[in-house]
Design a protein around this ligand. Structure first.
Ligand code: ADP
Ligand code: MG
Length: 267
């Protein structure tokens, strides 16, 4: 289980402090597929960085089982990232000069897996995401959806317990985006892998177990838990160019912590 307790993250920009997260509380059970939604700047990526042990909170705790990211040393963080967590990003961030197969192999190179073994495993993972016949292609020879499939295969290379995907469909058309979510859902069900997905697309949330909503660095009151969306949920509004309107009110930017109605409640 993952448990976030009163997690805050503040960035200092010259004389100003940006409170990206203001005391977030949530629990995610093993095997859950959870979506995180919220306006631009509401702290979604910051939360994903903390969940992924890529960053530490200024206050509070991020437990992976009994291990707290906030108190891990750099070896502990690297171990958590390398062995237990897979990442998928909006920009597929594949190495342009490596083939699909070599891209999937890369994390296993870092984990010092022998060459023959990692080659076999990379081929199996490409097969799993439906990309076996594209193994020798370079990223530029693949469509966006295909590149994201390769990126997902790469994220699975070290057999993570947790897959974090920050807007994995953000650069894809809606049909291709849906296929990627279906793939993530299939991996979640077949492998029992916990998955946390940031998305702007309300339509995709019907494929997940639960949606957590962030607003101004807090879990919004409606974001605690819901089988279905409440009408008061502060949702992102997509305009015709696909960009999200920022609904967060600047007025609350000075408030250092979440109100008890919002982020203090447990997910
Ligand atoms: P989201 O992913 O929901 O759009 P982010 O988590 O990226 O939001 O950002 C939350 C807030 O924190 C924003 O105001 C953003 O400008 C700020 N922020 C995020 N990362 C940094 C950083 N490294 N330095 C300074 N401010 C940051
Ligand atoms: Mg973001």
């Amino acid at each position: 289980m993952i448990e976030v307790q009163s997690a805050s993250r503040t960035f200092t920009m010259g004389a100003t402090q940006v409170h990206a997260l203001r005391g977030v509380n949530l629990k995610i059970e093993d095997g859950e597929f959870v979506a995180i939604m919220g306006p631009s700047g509401s702290g979604k990526s910051t939360l994903m960085y903390l969940l992924g042990a890529l960053d530490k909170p200024n206050g509070g705790s991020i437990f992976h089982g009994d291990q707290d990211v906030a108190t891990c040393n750099s070896n502990g963080l690297a171990d958590l990232r390398g062995r237990r967590i897979g990442f998928v990003f909006q920009m597929f961030s594949l190495m342009p000069t490596l083939s699909a197969l070599e891209n999937v192999e890369l994390p296993m190179v870092f984990q010092r897996m022998p060459h023959a073994k990692r080659r076999v495993r990379a081929a199996e993972l490409l097969e799993l995401v439906g990309m076996a016949d594209r193994a020798k292609h370079l990223p530029k020879e693949l469509s966006g959806g295909e590149q994201q499939r390769v990126a997902i295969a790469r994220a699975l290379a070290n057999d993570p317990d947790l897959l974090l995907a920050d807007e994995p469909t953000g650069n894809l058309d809606s049909e291709t985006g849906l296929q990627i979510i279906e793939l993530l859902r299939q991996l979640n069900l077949e492998r029992g892998m916990t998955e946390i997905l940031v998305t702007h697309d309300e339509a995709l949330t019907k494929h997940v177990d639960r949606t957590i909503r962030l607003l101004d660095g807090c879990v919004s009151a409606k974001g605690k838990d819901e089988g279905e969306d409440g009408e008061q949920a502060p949702i992102a509004v997509a305009s015709s160019d696909g960009q999200e309107a920022n609904l967060s009110s600047g007025a609350s930017a000075s408030s250092p912590s979440c109100s008890s109605a919002g982020g203090a409640a447990h997910a």
